[in-house]
Ligand binder design. Sequence first.
Ligand SMILES: [Zn+2]
Length: 397
Amino acid sequence: MVLSVSTEKPKGKTVIRNVGLMLSGDLKNPILDADSVVSIDGRIDSIGKEADLNTAAADTMIDAKGTTLAPGLIDSHVHPVFGDWTPRQNQTNWIDSFLNGGVTTMISAGEVHLPGRPKDIVGVKALAVTAQRAFDIARPAGVKVHAGAPVIEKGMEEEDFAEMARNGVKLLGEVGLGGVKQGEEAKKMVAWARKYGIQSTIHTGGPSVPGSGLIDKDVVLEADADVIGHINGGHTALPLEQIRCLCEECSRAVEIVHNGNELAALYAMRTTMELGQPERIILGTDSPAGSGVQPLGILRMIALLSSIGEVPAEIVICFATGNTARMRDLDVGLIEEGRAADFVLIDRAQHTAGSTVLESIQMGDVPGVGMVIVDGEVKCGKSRCTPPAETLPEVVR
Ligand SMILES: [Zn+2]
């Protein structure tokens, strides 16, 4: 198990040159007119044409060989437990596998699979603080896992949220996976969480794991969580007319997941696009789960929504990068000066029918990952999970 200690500050200058296509993660300007990125001590310092940038004295020099650079992908919905192990399917190194699928940041929607997960209030708070600390101190495979997402239980009071916030908790796990399933009760606790800077997600749709229940559109709207978690169900989706109501009647994030209903996924995306609000769409896997662990889950979502959903690939990639970063207030997800230097280098998979990487995604193929970089540091080269990329970048120094 590879753990990198996140308290070690990234150091040095990393130059990525010869980028064939640069995807920004920003819906307003998804393709940048640039072929190089310079990062210093883990932050993006400058972006542009190589001739205009100071690329001298690099500690690490990467030749992209004409491949495509995008922000590292963000999985907005995972259920980690501790380290790089999940008891759900008893797998180890699942986060390392996701890194090989281009994911550099993950957001916990609750550490719900912990065997013996406490449901008393002291235990809920203690687990949240412990999970937040553990993943903050040690990053499995180098992936930034934002965890410590308590699942709210009956009887929690305002002071409980204040106390958790004081101790570093920034997220609520899926509302509805614990004892609180009524709109009125959830609304009160979501508002307390928000008051103390804790972001919330709600389980949407039919029950997932035993112990969870139906959360319909009325409960979602009343609870008013920041993220409409798996709007396409996890797995069982709400009727499409209820999904339409959720898109139309609130302005919260529309989270679409791999482990949900694909028809509902496409419907939710189209409805949100028709409303002219594509910036609300964010992507997750909702894994580990009963249906498994999907290292390529985010890339598969991108290919699904772009191909069958008929949305340009560079736009759909924004759903998994810049949109999520903005919605979750993270310093990643965009190729922008000052942001974390988290990148994925991709190319068209060997023998895809698409002639470019974007065309191949629009035809439903996942791209090949050639390199993944976190805080300016190479975390993996040629992916062991994606189909092989046509061309691979190379570390030349
Ligand atoms: Zn759920």
